[in-house]
Design a binder for this molecule. Structure first.
Ligand code: ZN
Length: 284
């Protein structure tokens, strides 16, 4: 499906697979990471494509004479999210790779995304984990598709020595989920809590923005939809949470051990209850 290896017919992508391709499942390896100079820190990365069908394995690539890669089938125009934070380099015509984005990460590793239909950012731009590097492509013959024979993204990592490596090896078997938020202990909402919240809202309530831990109007609108659907919120879906939105969140928290008032004022105990909910493995 990609450069230097045998094509994967588009027809082998099931309709279900394509539908599943509409949702990105996050996976983020956290086990056993120790911050050491020059050592990879896998918790700084997640697997942005784990919710899509793997249509070309690393070994498939090697067998076809490629230096390696992973192909994930997805409809043209799917937002491609950064596996980790870093600096963007766009390579408009990267031979068989077509439109290619390279992210240079702070630990010397790079990730590359190939066969894009469009770029999102300029050269030298900074991107956070989960930000959109561009839109997927791969339609045969389309600008930027390179040698691709069907819609997909090709993804690989490059280590600091310049050797291509399998992201799944690096992340430890494909990622073990988003880290748990410490809000459950300290009652203080932070970026990890909001990343998990965004992923929960992506799964349950149609949130389509970045999983970046920075809640904005879209995050709050999805939160309001969830509160309307499950926790008795009847106010507007305007992305501006007020007392009634937070009262609904407190009702959720009460189902997870919060015993304080339902007054719309989120204190540490309200957040602890919410965090117990959001720390469930199902929202990894
Ligand atoms: Zn490939």
């Amino acid at each position: 499906m990609c450069e230097h290896h045998s094509p994967e017919p588009t027809s082998r992508l099931s309709r279900r697979g394509l539908l599943r391709g509409g949702a990105v499942t996050l996976g983020l390896a956290v086990g056993g990471n120790v911050l050491m100079p020059g050592k990879a820190f896998a918790a700084d990365y997640y697997h942005p494509f784990s919710g899509y069908p793997l249509t070309g394995t690393w070994q498939d690539h090697l067998d076809a004479g490629s230096l390696g890669g992973l192909d994930y089938g997805m409809s043209v125009g799917t937002p491609l999210r950064a596996a980790g934070a870093g600096t963007i380099t766009n390579i408009p015509y990267n031979g068989t790779g077509g439109h290619t984005v390279t992210i240079s990460h702070s630990n010397g590793y790079r990730t590359q995304y190939m066969h894009l239909s469009s770029f999102s950012l300029s050269n030298g731009a900074w991107i956070g984990m989960g930000g959109v590097v561009g839109l997927s492509g791969g339609q045969p013959g389309a600008p930027g598709s390179g040698s691709s024979t069907g819609p997909h993204v090709h993804w690989h990592m490059i280590n600091p020595s310049g050797v291509r490596i399998n992201p799944l090896d690096y992340l430890g078997g494909g990622g073990g989920g988003l880290p748990k938020t410490t809000t459950e202990e300290d009652g203080v909402p932070g970026p990890v809590m909001w990343m998990r919240t965004q992923n929960w809202l992506r799964i349950e309530s149609g949130y389509t923005g970045p999983i970046d831990g920075v809640p904005g109007v879209n995050t709050y609108a999805a939160l309001q939809r969830n509160m309307r659907d499950h926790w008795g919120y009847t106010g507007p879906i305007d992305g501006v949470p007020g007392t009634y939105t937070w009262m609904a969140v407190q009702r959720l928290a009460a189902a997870w051990g919060y015993t304080g008032p339902v007054d719309g004022v989120m204190g540490p105990n309200s957040w602890r209850g919410f965090a117990r909910f959001i720390n469930q493995d199902s929202w990894d």
